[in-house]
Design a protein around this ligand. Sequence first.
Ligand SMILES: Cc1cc2nc3c(=O)[nH]c(=O)nc-3n(C[C@H](O)[C@H](O)[C@H](O)COP(=O)(O)OP(=O)(O)OC[C@H]3O[C@@H](n4cnc5c(N)ncnc54)[C@H](O)[C@@H]3O)c2cc1C
Length: 399
Amino acid sequence: MFRSRTAPLAKQFAGAQRQVLSKRGYASPAAGGGGNTPLVLGLAGLAGLGGYVYLQRNPSTQAAISANKNEALGRAEDAADSLKGKAQAGAAALSANANEAIGRTKDKAQEAKDDVKGPFDEERKAMGNPGAAPVEALIKNSWVDFKLEKVEPYNHNTKIYTFSFPDSESIAGGKAASALLTKASDPQALLDDKGKPVIRPYTPISHSDEKGNLRLLVKEYPTGKMSKHIANLKPGETLAFKGPIQKYEYKPNEFAHGVTIGGGSGITPMYQMISHSLSLPEDKTKWTLIFANVTEKDILLREEWDRLAKQHPDRFKAVYTLDNPPFMLWKGEKGFVTKEMISKYLPSDHNEKANTKFFVCGPPGQYAAVCGPKDGMKQGEIKGALGELGYTNDNVFKF
Ligand SMILES: Cc1cc2nc3c(=O)[nH]c(=O)nc-3n(C[C@H](O)[C@H](O)[C@H](O)COP(=O)(O)OP(=O)(O)OC[C@H]3O[C@@H](n4cnc5c(N)ncnc54)[C@H](O)[C@@H]3O)c2cc1C
């Protein structure tokens, strides 16, 4: 910043100096003479002397010289004034830039401070302890064991697991939308086909500032490695956690409409993000959830979705689609999520439609059909229904 501003300024100074130097041409060395140099110099000397005497004695010429002198002095003064003006303008610009930079740095520092304070600041104030930030039980770069406290059935294949932190005053931490990584506490207990520990992400359904524990809603897959491992844990046993890892950093009013497309258990990141957004009074973002399941009893967190839709009818709509809908009285959609189904729930307002962001989290088959698979840790190209509708990586996020 400073470099690019001062470079033209230095050029101005250099240019002005060159101008002054070019006016001082008389000081340049004479070109070298030839063999009759002494004679030429002698004659020139005489002519010069004659001219000098003539000029000294002629008043009109003296007046002209004096006028020229004054004019030259005036020009020199003008040039000096101009340089001074430019230097002052340059200094003012630099000072303005410096002030701007200081202002920006202060803003950043405040942002960082706010970040550190996190979303729990108001609650801490209410508890009469505004200075103390709660300790986070999770560690970003290393594994820590949490004890399984209790297991509650949720439906036929899903349970809620409460894991307690070693310090009952600490919290999970993290911002919407994030996930925690899990692996078996005993590194040899759960290995993949290559002999490496199985690691899977889960997004807690408990609030990130809840003290003492976190809750996972885990669906058990018949051939699933981690979901089975968790299902087999007994209270008192532990699971290793790491994180939180920020999957998508949600910012209020970043887009006009968010469309979340989920399937099965991959719904918890959507829940974290949507419930967080709806809890912010300043956030005007509207949301549509398109949630695909096999049967009605597979719809995870349905009571929560329905409650949010009732509380925020102008901001949130939940659409359920089922492979096997009930024979009668089913008001939702049927079958897989298709291009036509997505189009049906897009906002009719053109600007809102253009300012829509899609989030997808579901089983591998759903990724392929809706947005194309992820490319390892990378987002991968947008294909499937959203690709056909013309959406790109700018409009789509794959969890
Ligand atoms: C950001 C994020 C958050 C998640 N949060 C949760 C959560 O809160 N609760 C939860 O239960 N799961 C969640 N998941 C899914 C979870 O990470 C695992 O993929 C899931 O538990 C299956 O892992 P597994 O080791 O048991 O199965 P695997 O051994 O990986 O797979 C076994 C079989 O299950 C199928 N399968 C794998 N994943 C899914 C899926 N999501 N849906 C349908 N079939 C699948 C595979 O095709 C395979 O046939 C989340 C995923 C992501 C990306």
